[in-house]
Each structure stands twice: as C-alpha cells, then as structure tokens.
Design a binder for this molecule. Structure first.
Ligand SMILES: [Zn+2]
Length: 256
C-alpha cells in the first residue's frame, strides 16, 4: 500500500528536471557505519585531533592514526544500502544534477553513483594524501608503512606526513567544492536532503538556499531538523524504507 506522501514524492521526482541530493550520516548508519557525532559515537570514545595538533605533535599523530584505522575497518566492511542504490538508479535515469555528501565513507561511489556528480564536502576516507607534496595514495601504502614499523605513515616520495583525504577539525572546507555545491543548490528544482540533521554549517544551509530559489525541498531523516517548517515534504523514517518505496512506484509506472 503506497502512502499519499510517497506518491507525492514520486510525482516531485517525476516532475523534476534537476535534482540535487544532500546526504548526511543517517544514510550511512543504515549500512552499519557509526554516526560519529551521536551519543556513544566514536568522537566520545576518542578525543578528536585537530590539524594543528596533528602537525605539531608526534603523539597526536599516533592517536589520530589509531582512530583512523578503526574507522577505516568500519567503512571497508560496510556495503551501500537500498537508499544508496535508489539514488544511483535515479542518477542512471538522468534525474540527478549532483549529489553533495557530508559522508567520508565512499558508499555512494561504491554503489555505482557517477563519481563526477559527487561532491564530498568533508573529503573521503578512501584515499590518502601527503600533506607536503599532495600526492594521493591508497590505503595499501599506509599498511606498507605500518608493516615497515612506522607508527605514523610517511610519504614514500617526500617523507611528508600522510593523512586520509578528509577535512580534519580545525581545517577549512575546500572552497572550490563548496562553491560548486552552492551553485548546484541555487540551480536545482528539487533538493532531497537525506539522513542529515541539517545543523552542521555551512553545508546545512544548502537546502535552505535551494528552497529560497524556488526548488522543492524534501527532507528524509529520523530526527527533527531546523528546516522542517520550510520543507514541502518531511519523512521521519529510515532513508532506505522511503527511497525503496519510491523506486517501487517507478517500477510500477515504467516509462514515466
Ligand atoms: Zn609527499
């Protein structure tokens, strides 16, 4: 039995020419990735290390890497869920202008979502960057460094510090990525905000910008958000349940 709300969302998606999707931790928790900001989350077990501390102290670099290896193991075993797959299916129909994500786990890419349409505003845990020469490495390089007895992996090329290519505490977001994300937000006609509590700025402002440029705004997340009152539709349900039901509407109405 398809609810009226699901039908409305289906119609919004059908009518849209340029959908922008904004995703947060909630879409990944359904794949078993802990929400780092939640009660009992990993940031409460480990004190976060700022980029300034990382650069200044060997002990902080050790702490940082110990935590990152735990996180990496969480993300490697996680698989995309029905919500990721539904978004990828919509992208393949040419419906999606772009996807902006706060997540660093690479699950959208893993689900086959076109990489050139993803903006990872907090970076990605899936690659390693040298802080000195900016060369990108894979995790394989980190494990080779650890095997060779380094407790803080160093760039094989220039001996600079290696770090996952994510935005650390105390580090600014990438201006070019942000500009593109804001441009997408201003020029979409439907914004789907999925699994985000929409409180971490500046990213959380993107759905508001879309709405103020006459795009429809649909929020799918388990909690209340500060933007609920301006949303055209709000689902306080699991992302995968909602998106799976919408995809069933597409399957029941082929060619639409
Ligand atoms: Zn280097």
């Amino acid at each position: 039995m398809t609810s009226d709300k699901i039908k409305t969302l289906f119609h919004f998606i059908q009518e849209a020419r340029a959908i922008v999707v904004f995703t947060g931790a909630g879409i990944s928790t359904e794949s078993g990735i802990p929400d780092y900001r939640s009660q009992g989350g990993i940031w409460q077990r480990f004190q976060p290390v700022t980029i300034q501390e990382f650069l200044a102290s060997h002990e902080k670099r050790q702490q940082y890497w110990q935590r990152k290896i735990v996180l990496f193991q969480d993300t490697q075993t996680a698989q995309p869920n029905e919500a990721h797959h539904a978004l990828t299916a919509l992208a393949r129909q040419g419906k999606i202008k772009g996807l902006i994500t706060q997540n660093i786990d690479g699950l959208h890419t893993k689900s086959g979502f076109p990489k050139d349409k993803i903006l990872e505003i907090h970076g990605t845990n899936q690659e390693i960057k040298c802080l000195s020469c900016s060369k990108i490495y894979s995790w394989e390089t980190v494990f080779q460094c650890l095997d060779a007895g380094q407790d803080v992996p160093l760039c094989p090329g220039c001996r600079g510090y290696l770090k996952p290519n994510t935005i650390s505490f105390g580090q600014n977001l990438d201006v070019n990525i942000l500009e593109k994300a804001f441009l997408w937000s201003r020029t979409c006609d439907l914004m789907l905000a999925i699994g985000s509590t929409l409180v971490v700025q500046p990213a959380a402002g993107m759905p508001r910008i879309a709405r103020s440029h006459d795009a429809r705004l649909v929020i799918i997340t388990l909690s209340e958000t500060p933007l609920d009152s301006i949303a055209d539709l709000k689902f306080e349900e699991s992302c995968s349940t909602v998106l799976q039901q919408v995809m069933q509407c597409f399957n029941a109405n082929p060619g639409k």
